[in-house]
Design a protein around this ligand. Structure first.
Ligand SMILES: Nc1ncnc2c1ncn2[C@@H]1O[C@H](COP(=O)(O)OP(=O)(O)OP(=O)(O)O)[C@@H](O)[C@H]1O
Ligand SMILES: [Mg+2]
Length: 395
């Protein structure tokens, strides 16, 4: 593994020298220092070789941190912030700037070394990320996000032959295993706890395989878990590893957006925001889109609004939804209550229950959109195959 280049940025030469001293002889990183004086807030201004990570010390001025928080995520390097203790404003700003860790100044040697080690593991992982992260989240409870996440992942894995992992990120009430009538013994919390020791093979211990071959990293609902008990950097490490070894990782994310949820949303290639045709759904969806694009700075084109339980007779029409949310298009999933409820209750994915139902076909179109495949490809192929060969030849 190549050594990780770290740029240490501070306004204090004394603090910078102390920090540099702490990291001297660190085996996996190479530290260079930049002392900021008045002028540019961009910590990378005039830096010739872009570092792999930034170690930002901020106490007297928040200008550099603010600059990073205002920059698009793809433009800022992985970040560790060293700042004043118990200042919620600075911590919040650090979170917005995408900080992987926040250390109180002055940090102990082991604190800074541990933080750098975590970043180094992440650095090694990002060098070979191959899969895409698809996050499904609802705008209001009960919109159908879990049903869709489960069935998208199942279809990707079984019908599209894509190596897919479904992740239940509802750490408190997760129940995706019931959608497949599965009974996992371990899941995401246990995997996060062990993440530092995991590799491509050992991570499978925490994953449960369905008889179809689809794989689920479950959340076990009998372990009470609070978001603040889980380390963001460990979750980040786990996702990076999962993305190295799967073509698609589909996450069922609960609506409550906390630091963990923000981490998942920020790294998502596709965010499917599930809404229904009601004013309250639209109101909350609007807030959610604002949060994702403005607070988390995720590009808007990564969001697809999915209109679930779509009813063409509703007084709220597709145009109204598009106008309210300022988007060009939505993907509609029809309302088939009996079929969907039966599929969930029996733990049998909808594609196995009814291959040609309107909901199954709509979910197929959604998968095509995620994979960048045209919707017409499948129906045309089927029609072609159904035609008598003589007609096909005359076409
Ligand atoms: N396309 C659909 N047609 C009819 N009913 C549906 C459809 N999609 C979901 N449902 C119904 O909505 C219910 C809620 O779905 P689901 O649990 O997936 O929602 P959720 O957004 O994950 O909710 P939560 O906020 O509890 O996580 C399901 O039990 C099912 O009965
Ligand atoms: Mg759910």
């Amino acid at each position: 593994m190549s050594r990780m280049r770290i740029l240490l940025v501070s306004r204090s030469a004394t603090v910078a020298a102390e920090l540099e001293q702490l990291l001297r002889d660190h085996p996996v990183c190479k530290v260079s220092t930049k002392i900021v004086s008045n002028g540019h807030f961009d910590p990378l201004h005039d830096v010739s070789v872009k570092p792999d990570a930034l170690l930002l010390h901020c106490e007297s001025s928040l200008g550099e941190l603010q600059y990073l928080a205002d920059s698009p995520p793809q433009d800022r390097p992985p970040l560790i912030v060293i700042g004043p203790p118990t200042d919620p404003d600075v911590m919040r700003l650090a979170m917005r700037a995408g900080a992987a860790d926040y250390l109180t100044s002055p940090p102990q040697r082991h604190e800074i070394v541990d933080a750098i080690d975590r970043l180094a593991a992440r650095f090694a992982a990002t060098e070979s990320r191959s899969g895409e992260l698809v996050t499904v989240v609802n705008s209001r409870g009960g919109s159908g996000a879990s049903f869709l996440a489960a069935n998208i992942a199942y279809g990707l894995s079984t019908a599209d032959d894509v190596k897919t992992l479904l992740v239940d990120f509802d750490l408190q009430f997760g129940g995706l295993c019931r959608y497949f009538d599965m009974n996992p013994k371990q899941g995401i919390i246990e995997a996060v706890e062990a993440v530092e020791d995991l590799d491509e093979v050992s991570v499978e211990t925490y994953i449960t395989q369905h008889k179809s071959g689809m794989r689920l990293l479950a959340a076990l609902s009998d372990t009470l878990c609070l978001a603040n008990e889980i380390s963001v950097s460990r979750v980040d490490m786990l996702f990076r590893m999962l993305l190295q070894h799967n073509e698609m990782v589909v996450v069922d994310l609960p609506r409550r957006v906390d630091v963990l949820g923000a981490t998942v949303l920020e790294s998502s290639d596709h965010i499917l925001l599930v809404v229904q045709q009601s004013l309250s759904h639209l109101h909350d969806a609007k807030r959610m889109i604002r949060l994702i694009t403005q607070e988390l700075r995720v590009p808007a084109d990564r969001i697809t609004v999915v209109l679930n339980r779509y009813d063409k007779n509703s007084i709220i029409e597709i145009d109204d939804v598009q106008q309210a949310l300022k988007i060009d298009r939505t993907v509609e999933i029809p309302n088939q209550y009996d079929l969907v409820t039966e599929s969930i209750n029996n733990g049998k994915p909808i594609i196995d229950r009814s291959r040609n139902s309107a909901v199954t076909r709509a979910i197929g179109n959604l998968r095509n959109r995620i994979r960048g495949v045209s919707d017409n490809a499948t129906p045309q192929g089927l029609l072609q195959r159904a035609l008598p060969s003589i007609l096909r030849r005359s076409n």
